[in-house]
Design a protein around this ligand. Structure first.
Ligand code: GDP
Ligand code: MG
Length: 683
């Protein structure tokens, strides 16, 4: 027999990590590959497939971190990704990472992995936690019952990782599928019947390992892909009718649907294994997590606690953040002053001081706040509270026709809309997910804050704080309204019941929080260094060109652009300067501030106070200023967020729809504020 050439070529071994969310997959992945990774604590952080490499005696192995899932029934995109990857046969061995302190529940996924017939190793992770709680797990027994090597590990400190790796490589070399599980006579017979029929198919022998899974899929009425055969192949029709008959028989004798029977069979098998291999703590009292939940998920107090947490989060962010912000502001002003003093007056100095230092500096001031906010969000996630927040908010979110999980991206949106849009991946229903993506930009992100701070500071005096706060509220209210309308009229469909696992609480590690905070915060720094720098320079050039005109005057390119757009913003009480500023804010909303600085002729060395005075003495009134703030809140998200929308929805269509509807909505809201205010005699 001749081997195909490719078979003989050495290739990297591929090891896939599968497991429930928060079972420690990412920690293990880090230990195995040494590459830094996201360590999170609410379901679905590891949505993308992440790869790393590890040396082996004969070369290297590829390690893949699959999305965290509770099962492989493929009802969510995460589950589908994980399952399809394993079915594809790309991996030589799967490491099932299970939480030993929650073994019974985690075994569901293990059972399904055994059904898929992939070479398998179980990492009995969190074995320290299980031991602390008083579980005694007979590892050998467990391994014998499952017919899979079981290796206890503590992934967060790297314990057991070496033996695990050795076991995985051995399984991959042997390419041995675990022995099929027994589910009870009736189910087993049904599976065997379908299997026998499957074996008649051409090429069945090569799929032998997967026959159990194929048979079970057919029994529950799914249509697994059969490589090499067309869907209308008569051979397949025979298999299908055998499967239908077997399923009907199963339903007749049990009086339940085949799916329910099979799921029940899995649970039964798991219970059997669990009872034999595990001694539960004698005093099976409430776990520490249960005790914490009694307070934090209290029927009455849960919501007030959550609201207080969110309020404290903002308070901490802005009160504490103000100090380092002030220092950075002073530093930027001093730098501007220095450069002004050193350089001769001229366009280059103006470009540096007003364009570069002023533009980027005006944004850097907000870096401390953003990092503090992200650190708090990371703390909430890593401790396990964020998942509870989603649970508590479920009722409220359902009034917007959304799932409780949509609350998490909304909160993240207060930091930055980009991670918020990415965080929608945990939503199982594609409609919920799309609606959340479409309304997430209505959360006031930190980039909008400098704009509010500037305008409200200039026009509202002591009430600036209240004016800013009202923007946050306006955003949330609009998001709720839009979500309801979309869910009701455009993206209708069943509401998802709340099926979200609440992971046990963890004491967050400083390292984990630091990594989280840095991963999200660095996006902002990169933005300041690239998009915002470029945007500021472009706006400065537009306002200084053509040469010879009054800088930022109506004859400059910026002025001409603004004049052309002025008719559109006039009904909102705004003039050409604001039109230009809003156009520039399309790049990144922070740029609105530096554009206004340039257009109102105030340089960086003057500082924000000077610009505030210029705005206070301009045509802007509190009413039109408020309309402007609302416009900034609602209109098109920045380029980075638009790109994230395109990526996450997989097409430009929804990104463009979002830009269009948000900009139109912004105009309407600002119009209502300005004209309504005038009718009421406010302006
Ligand atoms: P994933 O969602 O499966 O990728 O889980 P992570 O790797 O992000 O881990 C979730 C949390 O559990 C993190 O805070 C880890 O530090 C922690 N963790 C991971 N493995 C262990 C372990 O063996 N014991 C303990 N006590 N904590 C662990
Ligand atoms: Mg993970």
């Amino acid at each position: 027999m001749t081997q195909p050439a490719t078979e003989a070529m050495p290739r990297d071994l591929t090891v896939a990590l599968a497991g429930n969310p928060n079972s420690g997959k990412t920690s293990l992945f880090n230990e195995l590959t040494g590459s830094r990774q996201h360590v999170g604590n609410w379901p679905g952080v590891t949505v993308e497939r992440k790869e790393g490499y590890r040396r082996t005696a004969s070369g290297r192995a590829r390690v893949i971190d699959l999305p965290g899932t509770y099962s492989l029934t493929a009802s969510s995109p995460d589950e589908r990704v994980a399952r399809d990857f394993i079915i594809s046969g790309e991996s030589d061995v799967v490491i099932a990472v299970v939480d030993a302190s929650n073994l019974e529940r985690n075994l569901y996924l293990v059972v399904q992995l055994i059904e898929l017939g992939t070479p398998l190793v179980v990492a009995l992770n969190m074995s320290d936690v299980a031991e602390d709680r008083g579980f005694v797990i007979n590892v050998d027994k467990l391994s014998e019952l499952l017919d899979v090597p079981v290796i206890p590990t503590c992934a967060h400190v790297g314990e057991g990782v070496e033996p695990l790796w050795e076991a995985a490589l051995a399984q991959a070399r042997e390419a041995r599928a675990p022995r099929p599980i027994r589910y009870g006579r009736q189910i087993d017979e049904a599976i065997e019947t379908v299997q026998a029929s499957l074996l008649q198919l051409p090429g069945a022998a090569t799929a032998e390992r997967r026959l159990v899974w194929l048979a079970m899929s057919l029994l529950v009425g799914e249509e697994p892909a059969w490589p090499g055969l067309a869907a209308d192949d008569p051979a397949l029709a025979r298999v299908r009718s055998t499967a239908r008959a077997a399923a009907r028989h199963l339903e007749e004798v049990t009086g339940d649907t085949a799916e329910a029977v099979i799921t029940g069979g899995r649970y039964g098998a798991i219970q059997g294994v669990y009872r034999e291999a595990v001694d539960e703590p004698r005093e099976a009292g409430p776990t520490p997590s249960d005790r914490i939940d009694r307070v934090l998920l209290h029927r009455v107090w849960a919501l007030p606690i959550l609201l207080a947490t969110v309020a404290a989060m903002f308070e901490l962010t802005y009160v504490v953040g103000e100090y380092p912000s002030g220092w950075i502001g002073e530093g930027v002003a001093a730098l501007g002053g220095c450069v002004s003093a050193w350089m001769p007056d001229g366009p280059l100095r103006s470009l540096l001081v007003d364009g570069v230092i002023g533009g980027v500096g005006g944004v850097l001031v907000f870096v401390p706040q953003i990092f503090i906010l992200f650190a708090i969000i990371a703390l909430l996630e890593d401790s396990g509270y964020m998942a509870r927040a989603a649970f508590v908010m479920d009722r409220v979110m359902h009034r917007m026709r959304l799932h409780g999980k949509a609350f998490i991206p909304m909160v993240m949106g207060f930091g930055c809309n980009v991670p918020a849009i990415m965080a929608t991946r945990t939503l199982e229903s594609p409609r919920d997910r799309l609606v959340t993506i479409l309304v997430a930009p209505l959360m006031t992100c930190s980039a909008r804050l400098p704009v509010y701070a500037l305008i409200a500071g200039a026009l509202f005096g002591p009430h600036a704080g209240l004016a800013i706060f009202s923007m946050y509220v306006l955003g949330v209210v609009l998001a709720a309204l839009v979500a309801r309308i979309l869910r009701h009229h455009v993206l209708r469909g069943e509401e998802e019941p709340f099926v979200m696992e609440l992971p046990p609480y963890h004491r967050p590690t400083a390292k984990g929080i630091a990594i989280h905070t840095w991963e999200r915060g660095k996006l902002f720094l990169q933005k300041a260094g690239t998009v915002i720098l470029a945007g500021s320079v472009i706006m400065w050039c537009l306002s200084a060109l053509p040469w010879g005109v009054e800088v930022a005057g109506p004859q400059s390119y910026a002025g001409q652009l603004g004049k052309a757009l002025e008719p559109a913003v006039r009904p909102l009480g705004l003039e050409w300067q604001e039109a230009v500023a809003l156009v520039s804010g399309f790049v990144a909303k922070e740029i609105v501030v530096s554009t206004m600085g340039v257009l109102y002729g105030v340089g960086a060395e003057a500082g924000d106070a000077e610009l505030g005075r210029a705005i206070a003495s301009s045509h802007l009134t509190p009413l039109s200023g408020y309309a402007l703030m609302a416009f900034v809140l609602v209109y098109s998200p920045c380029i980075a967020a638009i790109a994230a929308m395109r990526r996450e929805t997989g097409s430009w269509k929804w990104a463009i729809i979002a830009v269009a509807y948000l900009t139109a909505l912004a105009w309407v809201v600002a119009f209502v504020i300005f004209q309504g205010g005038r009718l009421l005699g406010l302006g």
